[in-house]
Design a protein around this ligand. Structure first.
Ligand code: H2B
Length: 96
C-alpha cells in the first residue's frame, strides 16, 4: 500500500508542481485551474478523468464555468502519497 509522504517530502514534491499548494486543515494538495471557457475546462476534466481512471486514483473536484478546483488525497492512506503527486503532474501536463 502506498504510504503518506512526510511533510518534508510533500514540500519538496510541491516545489516541482507549479500551482499546487497544501490544503489548509487536512492532509491534501490542491490547485485551482482557470481556463478560457467552459469548453476548455470540461475538456481538461474529460482527459484528466480518463487518466485518473487508468491510474485508479481519483480527484475531488468542482467545476464552475471555466474554473476547476481540484483537491488530491489518497483516501486509503489518509493523506498525500506519491499517487497524488503523479496525478497532479499529469493534470498540469494536460492543462498545458
Ligand atoms: N482515489 C483516491 N484519491 N484515493 C484512494 O484511496 C483511492 C482512489 N482508492 N481511487 C481507490 C480508487 C480504491 O478505492 C479502489 C478500490 O482501487
Amino acid at each position: 500500500m502506498t504510504e503518506r509522504l512526510s511533510a518534508e517530502a510533500r514540500r519538496q514534491a510541491l516545489g516541482g508542481l507549479p500551482g499546487w499548494t497544501e490544503v489548509q486543515g487536512r492532509d491534501a494538495i490542491g490547485k485551482t485551474f482557470i481556463f478560457k471557457d467552459f469548453n476548455e475546462a470540461f475538456g481538461f476534466m474529460t482527459r484528466a478523468a480518463l487518466a485518473a481512471e487508468k491510474m485508479d486514483h481519483h480527484p475531488e473536484w468542482r467545476n464552475v464555468y471555466k474554473t476547476v478546483e481540484v483537491v488530491l488525497s489518497t483516501h486509503d492512506a489518509g493523506g498525500v502519497t506519491a499517487l497524488d503527486i503523479a496525478l497532479a503532474q499529469t493534470m498540469n501536463a494536460i492543462a498545458g
